[in-house]
Design a protein around this ligand. Sequence first.
Ligand code: CP
Ligand code: NVA
Length: 301
Amino acid sequence: MTHFLDIHTTDPAALRQIIDSAQAMKSARNGQLRGAPDDEQPLANHMVALIFEKPSTRTRVSFDVGVRQMGGQTLVLSGADMQLGHGETIADTARVLSRYVDLIMIRTFEEQTLLDMAEYASVPVINGLTNTSHPCQIMADVMTFEEHRGPIKGRKVVWSGDGNNVFASFAHAAQQFDFDLVFTGPPPLDPDPALAGMYSTERDPHKAVEGADLVVTDTWVSMHDPQSARERRHNQLRGYQVNEALMARANPDALFMHCLPAHREDEATSAVMDGPNSVIFDEAENRMHAQKAIMRWCLGV
Ligand code: CP
Ligand code: NVA
């Protein structure tokens, strides 16, 4: 069974093949209406379940549209409306869904839920974000960087802010795609210790971004964080806002990324988000192309 659970647990050659395939599928569509089918229909007769235990705009729509472009059909399921949200085990849910669908994408809280789904499903499972990682996002981000600036290998990427789930997938990608990753943020919001060795730390954001080819940030309060953390996070992270002054210290052609949704004027200013080096909407678009390639790889089609 070929699951897509995380970037560090996927073979680097497969990751490269997925990025190349995503780029080829994107080029092949070349200006067609979003609702138009791809010339190839590799997901014809395939049913895909998209399970959301947390809110989503990009993941929901990009998976749904991507499946349809490839000739497949989708079931978009809210965890709260399933028996899963009322005490049925993930193992039983996985075995039941595997009798109906050919592929499962799940966005959930604990990583163990994803791992249990993968263990008990007899169809491929894709990680659509957990509290600890967001691999589909970073596959789209690597694709986006390379589309604008060429190979990411050996380049310098700086993450400013919370050492969260999206950062974790960047750290996994730094290892697999061989780029340098620098974390800049306050000690209480340091990344998961399991990521040690995959990145370096520089507490001073202005020093951190020197020589950066890409500057990235994300929301200061993630979906799994208690809302009560909000005020404290703002105080801890204010100095790590990505603004024009910070971008001016990076390389002149440094790109800016944010997985979105963003809280404008908190983690990043509108001047940067809407500035000439921002590729935030390309990232959002490339979620669809990258995930189409991930689904094809999982299904071997
Ligand atoms: N970036 C991302 O995963 O967005 P959604 O939460 O809207 O899916
Ligand atoms: N870190 C954010 C990413 C949202 C796509 C969260 O988990 O809420």
